[in-house]
Design a protein around this ligand. Sequence first.
Ligand SMILES: [Zn+2]
Length: 316
Amino acid sequence: MAKHANKGTTRAGYINRNGQINIGRTEPSRAGTDHGQYIYIIKCTKCGESYGANGSDIFERKCPFCQRGRPGLALLADEINKMAIVAGVDGCKTGWLCVAKDLDTGLITSEVFSNAKLLLQHKLEPSVTAIDIPIGLTENGPRQCDIEARQILGSRASSVFPAPIRPALQSKTRQHADEIRRKIEEKGVSAQSFAIFKKVLEFDKILSTLPHLQDRVKEIHPEVCFWAWNNKRAMSYNKKSRGGRAERHELVVKHFGVEAVEETRAKYLVKCVSHDDIYDAFAALWTAERIFAGKAGVIPDPSPHDAIGLRMEMWY
Ligand SMILES: [Zn+2]
């Protein structure tokens, strides 16, 4: 696997000079015709046709349909129909709120998934999913991305909770997690921190067995997204306050339109999906679009790997 897969031609969203866009790697990944290469789904932005290509060919590929390029590698029916979809996800009371955007039509849809596995089996198969969950964990000590996020956010720094250390993650009770962390770091685990353990563990279990998922599933923090969105200025108010809702609403509506927000709001009960869950999911979606377009930033850059090889990074 390419080390800098996010920045290179194998990144979903990469467009070469012939207007050929990389929709993403086939999944499960199928071997290409070059040694050690996987097949990627390429879509021609000129004629809309899709075809398969070796990762190593993406850079110079010409469309086989309208640019007299070499014939593409065969794709399965599902792969041919795969669209350029990006998604933003935030945890909510009943699971995960996912807002997805079709980049060809601009259509935005939303869905709540009860667990991570179902979320990652999204029928739209997003090329990029930006999600508010720590991915990549330390064995001991804070993650650099959390430290940098707090520095960036200034007065909003307290919205970044320290990610769990992996040894404490399996704990069934806060008391047990607290004991483990005290042994390793001489610090306890607050109830607020422990509340996210279950969701972090869900992702950590999946990503530890399928680490390549990190090519299309990207950690974000909504407040860092809003900071970037607001010309690198942190939001002025807490997201739960009236002023906080108003400033987030303004950014989201300006970019995605008021219908997208209102339709999402109308679809779920407030006790299941709160107002700030919706804005946070849209902030993630905004970042997913930027990742797909190759315009997103990441902290830290370059990002360190954890003990099982996952990158500890945060996108914005
Ligand atoms: Zn074409």
